[in-house]
Design a protein around this ligand. Sequence first.
Ligand SMILES: [Ca+2]
Ligand SMILES: [Ca+2]
Ligand SMILES: [Ca+2]
Ligand SMILES: [Ca+2]
Length: 277
Amino acid sequence: MYSVDATDNCGSVTRRRVSGPASSSFMGVGSDIVMYSAHDLSGNNATCSFSIIVRDMEPPQITCASSMTLPTDVGVCGRVVTYTAATVSDNCPGPQSQLSSGANTVSGSSFSVGPTSVSFSANDTAGQVSSCSFMVTILDQELPTLICPADIVAGSDAGACNTQVSFGAVSSTDNCQQTQVSQILGGVNNSVFTVGSSLIRYRSLDTSGNAQTCNFTVTVRDVQLPTISCPASISVNALTGQCVAPVSFVAPVGLDNCVGSSTSLTAGLPSGSSFGV
Ligand SMILES: [Ca+2]
Ligand SMILES: [Ca+2]
Ligand SMILES: [Ca+2]
Ligand SMILES: [Ca+2]
């Protein structure tokens, strides 16, 4: 809205808008010149002009997609992510959203494990800029693979209730790098295992803390027979007037490479018994 005044030395003056928009009329962004003329009763006239500039002072409105957290694609340390580009509105036509973060954040590209910021911006014709951003977070939730050796069966060493056992390497892979493999249970490789069965367990950890375990057993068998020596055969005479005789002998005790062996009488009478003729 504007007003134009005109005065004269004699009587009334008539005003006329020669060009340009009228006061209170709608005017788009840009500039225009308004010209008026004034006419007195004697036919003299004068003109004046002024310019009107309408500026866009309103920055664009821009809205980004919501932040997202997604697992990695199977077997790879990243994920192909698609998302909706930011939407823009403005009081004036023209602005469109433009990706302002790196080329590796284009929708449909492969995002690395971890958080990545994706930013969009929009410029209106008046040079005003608005921007928004959201996070794409990729989580490695895929467990490492871990392969243990097959179960091992070994015989005890001669004269010992154990043996040294070597086992093959454990192999591990992960969709991401730097897998850490460690043994968490059982005797170590190349150590001496006693007769019996031992559980060996390994664990593989990826850099995101996903754990995989595998097991195998080491069984050492006692392959050595016990030894036992019996006394020499004994010959005694029957007691006078009887057909028997008491006989004592040192009961044999067996020996074995492993502790816990026992010796038992399996036939005949124990020492001190009365033996018949
Ligand atoms: Ca005049
Ligand atoms: Ca604007
Ligand atoms: Ca993994
Ligand atoms: Ca034995």
